[in-house]
Design a protein around this ligand. Structure first.
Ligand SMILES: Cc1cc2nc3c(=O)[nH]c(=O)nc-3n(C[C@H](O)[C@H](O)[C@H](O)COP(=O)(O)OP(=O)(O)OC[C@H]3O[C@@H](n4cnc5c(N)ncnc54)[C@H](O)[C@@H]3O)c2cc1C
Length: 418
């Protein structure tokens, strides 16, 4: 390589994580190619259909102490937010067992402590990334509200709230009639609301990612539509295999979301990764919507007033990357919406299913591939990838460019799974 030439860096995956990596690298002066088999911001990406919340406070993973006791109600209860395609269970078990093991108090405290630095300044990180681009129009500051049907239900979540408090988050509690004064759209069945200030939302996550990618291209970045079949890391360069010509790069970032292991496994990485399938239901022309994102804490869905629609998003379904969407989750989201917003009517609806990239310990993998520093991993962001994408992109860009980091990446190493 000519020492005067900038390094050729390829980023695989144009979801929020890959696009953020590409933009931050470009801003540090690298020559970057952003590769996705689809358009940036496409519907296959989790980054398209998520709930749109910049959930700074989401340091608490889904799997917390006592989870096993709650699983039967979550799975079999009429409004349980957990779904399983039973035929997938044998394939899921090797992932599920260590995932459940990571729900103990000590592990969850470790997860929260390490998610906090990725999340706490995420609204600022999004603003900094989007500043001066078309994407800035989608970034909004707002409260984030959790609603409960009783104080007792809130108190049953004390472990998670305590963990948020320990990690620096504060909130206000509203009870009874004051909830209706705060947000008249919400059902009076909610007896307690937790209001967290200084959060944010992305009003159209898919178009946001598309706009960020366009600004990357306008800044001289290459956007290439290719399906990468294999990553071959050599001593002097990295070769990306496609159905056509190979793509060569000096360094490569794998940010392919829930599909990342299909590429990373060949490099000797042992990262247990599953798709945590999630759903959204968008209601167009809705006569009611909350003023800001609201999480129904029992049913585990968010109602968010996004660009031109009311988006209900959430659900955890295990069923792998290839099975078609199920009906149950959408019906559940519809029931949840009607329960949250009494008198809800709408003109039309849209539905979507996507894949959260889920590691067994609810922390992403950020850092070098095993045995070859030319490849960097940036995937596995579970429920918080939209929130943490820009910060991850900044960290990855600094790492790849050999700059000083002000975050300890040890908890994100790919070899932590043994
Ligand atoms: C229902 C739901 C609600 C959510 N709500 C929130 C929320 O409110 N806040 C939050 O922070 N997070 C939320 N999330 C999580 C968040 O959406 C994800 O963590 C995040 O989008 C992951 O981003 P990513 O860039 O890693 O992956 P993706 O967005 O999935 O992007 C991966 C990209 O890689 C491409 N790709 C894959 N393999 C290849 C290949 N071989 N060659 C070329 N391209 C390839 C894909 O086409 C895709 O574009 C939610 C997720 C779901 C499903």
């Amino acid at each position: 390589m000519n020492a005067r030439q900038p390094e050729r860096i390829a980023v695989i995956g144009a979801g929020i994580v890959g696009v953020s990596c590409a933009l931050h690298l470009q801003r540090l002066g690298a020559a970057v190619t952003l590769i996705d088999r689809n358009e940036p911001g496409n519907e296959d990406a989790a980054s398209f259909g998520n709930a749109g919340v910049l959930a700074r406070c989401s340091v608490v993973p889904v799997a917390t102490p006592g989870m096993l006791r709650k699983v039967p109600a979550m799975l079999f209860g009429a409004d349980g937010p957990l779904f399983l395609r039973w035929s997938y269970l044998p394939r899921l078990l090797p992932w599920l067992i260590p995932y459940i093991r990571s729900s103990n108090k000590k592990s969850v405290e470790h997860i929260a402590r390490n998610l906090a630095p990725l999340l706490f300044d995420s609204v600022d990180e999004h603003r900094a990334l989007a500043q001066g681009t078309e994407a800035a129009r989608w970034v909004r500051s707002c409260d984030y509200v959790f609603v409960y049907e009783s104080r007792a239900a809130f108190e049953r979540d004390a472990f998670g709230w305590h963990l948020r408090q320990e990690n620096g988050f504060e909130w206000t509690i509203l009870e009874g009639g004051s909830i209706g004064e705060f947000d008249p759209a919400l059902s009076p069945k909610y007896q307690l609301a937790v209001v967290l200030k200084d959060h944010g939302m992305i009003a159209n996550p898919g178009r946001y990612v598309g706009d960020l990618a366009r600004s990357f291209a306008a800044g001289g970045g290459d956007v290439v539509q290719e399906n990468i079949k294999q990553v071959l890391a050599g001593d002097n360069e990295v070769t990306l295999k496609t159905a056509g010509d190979d793509i060569k790069a000096d360094k490569v970032i794998i940010a392919a979301g829930a599909w990342s292991n299909l590429l990373a496994a060949d490099l000797g990485a042992n990262v247990p990764l599953e798709s945590e399938r999630g759903y959204h239901l968008e209601l167009l022309g809705a006569n009611k919507q909350p003023a800001q994102p609201v999480m129904d804490a029992a049913r585990k869905f968010v109602a968010n007033p996004v660009d031109g629609a009311l988006r209900l998003a959430g659900i955890v379904e295990f069923g792998g990357l290839n099975a078609p969407p199920s009906k149950g989750p959408i019906e559940l989201l519809m029931r949840g919406a009607k329960g949250m917003l009494p008198g809800l009517e709408f003109e039309a609806k849209r539905t979507w299913m996507g894949h959260r990239p889920a590691t067994v310990d609810s922390l992403p993998v950020i850092g070098p591939a095993p045995g070859n520093a030319r490849v960097t991993f940036a995937y596995g962001h579970h429920h918080v990838g939209l929130t943490a994408g820009p910060k991850t992109g900044r960290i990855v860009a600094q790492h790849v460019m050999g700059l000083q980091q002000n975050i300890d990446l040890d908890a994100f190493r790919c070899d932590r799974f043994g």
